[in-house]
Write a protein that binds this ligand. Structure first.
Ligand SMILES: *Cc1c(COP(=O)(O)O)cnc(C)c1O
Length: 410
């Protein structure tokens, strides 16, 4: 017999998965009920309403895809893209490549444009490329977790809407941690994930889309033969599991039987979204900002430098240049082994050059920020790095003291 499952408790300071609120974990242990139980259907509807608030949208459609965040990307792109469609993907890190890859696999004629990792595009550059390519769809990452960079896009969204281009945004790493206004920013479809700023375990991809996207989905509607022998459609969506024409009917009053909804994950998502509403969206974004401020103050006091164009820094991911002569992985291993703190490395051309610290959701709190700074300082020194010892925690504590003083004066 294997031992009972009992993994160590960790401080998770990566850009996902992050720690889940105990309330969410408790929600996951609630007994299972059937997928067509009226009480479960009510939970589905409540979750849709909570998602609309989180996405800041009046869209009717807002529901989770069961799978990790990329399942949402795959579902949305496969619903919109038909073979031969022109799709433009601006790429400024790993996840832009993922959008291009999914679009390509769904049969699109993909045009990409790239900028150096650690920077963002000027919006005008992307708009010029949209004019040149005249795509049906523009797919863009909002917060590029691999480089810690956030792409502004309010002008791009407006231009797309005025020119009848569909605008799809990957908000996996930003939703619930920093401002995201689906309607005001003219985004036609948004995809998110649970294990980042929503602070829920990995396993769902909340999406929302408007009637421009719904129209395409309805035109491509095809129901499984086992449910409807007459249903046929030459334009049908290529995948069954991610077929939004069937999934949206499951999330409609028709309750078409598609997959079996993931009961415990839905409990978790509902509780996570409820916590966000309780905290308040603006309050939550501010919380992420002041913990970021404390973290950055600590890192700079230590003498470390941040990677990437500061104008476009994601507030929920902080990338640090690994000091010359220090082995980044050894430092991370020491942090994990001695302190139980996990931070991240990164991918592709930046691998071995930067560390990434996530400060997302429930992981984004004072004791975690102080803990990660202490662990990083000690571990860098352990591996021969030169930092200003003892300064980081004081600098971070100063930021917290300032914040607490401001609060008590209110
Ligand atoms: C994490 C992430 C993804 C992929 O998420 P999975 O849940 O691992 O599938 C996609 N896009 C962005 C921006 C991310 O940060």
């Amino acid at each position: 017999m294997l031992r009972e499952l009992n993994p160590s408790i960790r401080t998770l300071m990566t850009p996902g998965p992050v720690e889940a609120e105990p309330r969410i974990l408790r929600a996951m242990s609630i007994p299972i009920i059937g997928q067509f139980d009226p009480e479960f259907l009510a939970i589905m509807d409540e979750t849709m309403e909570l998602l609309r608030k989180t996405f800041q949208t009046k869209n009717h459609w807002a529901y989770p895809i069961d799978g990790t965040s990329r399942s949402g990307l795959e579902a949305v792109l496969n619903a919109i893209i038909e073979p031969g469609d022109n799709v433009l993907v601006p790429i400024f890190g790993r996840f832009g490549h993922l959008l291009a890859e999914i679009a390509y696999r769904s049969g699109a004629n993909v045009t990409t444009m790239e900028c150096e990792w650690g920077t963002a595009f000027e919006q005008e550059e992307i708009i010029a490329e949209i004019k040149r390519v005249n795509p049906k769809v523009v797919a863009l990452v909002h917060g590029e977790t691999s480089t810690g960079i956030m792409q502004p896009f309010e002008k791009i969204g407006k231009f797309c809407r005025e020119n009848d281009v569909l605008f799809v945004v990957d908000a996996v790493a930003t939703l619930g941690g920093t401002e995201f206004k689906t309607d005001e920013w003219f985004v036609d479809a948004v995809i998110s994930g649970t294990q980042k700023c929503l602070g829920v375990p990995t396993g769902m991809a909340p999406i929302t889309y408007n009637d421009r996207v719904e129209k395409i989905i309805l035109e491509r509607r095809k129901i499984e033969q086992g449910l409807d022998r007459t249903s046929e459609n030459p334009r049908r969506i290529q995948t069954n599991y991610f077929d939004l024409s069937q999934i949206q009917e499951y999330w409609s009053p028709k309750r078409l039987n598609h997959h079996t909804e993931a009961t415990s994950m839905l409990y978790a998502l509902r509780e996570g979204l409820r916590i966000i509403q309780e905290e308040g969206l603006q309050e939550r974004f501010e919380r992420h900002q002041y913990h970021e401020k404390a973290l950055v103050a600590g890192l700079e006091a230590m003498g470390l430098t941040l990677f990437g164009d500061a104008r476009y820094k994601m507030p929920v991911v902080t990338c640090i240049n690994i000091p010359e002569g220090v082995n980044g992985d050894e430092v991370r291993f020491t942090m994990a082994k001695e302190f139980g703190v996990e931070i991240a490395s990164t991918f592709g051309s930046l691998a071995g050059k930067i560390w990434r610290i996530g400060s997302m959701g429930f992981s984004c709190r004072k004791e975690n920020i102080l803990h990660v700074l202490a662990a990083l300082e000690a571990s860098v020194r352990r591996h021969g790095g030169k930092v200003h010892a003892g300064e980081a925690l004081q600098a971070a504590l100063d930021v917290y003291a300032e914040k607490e003083a401001a609060l008590s004066n209110k």
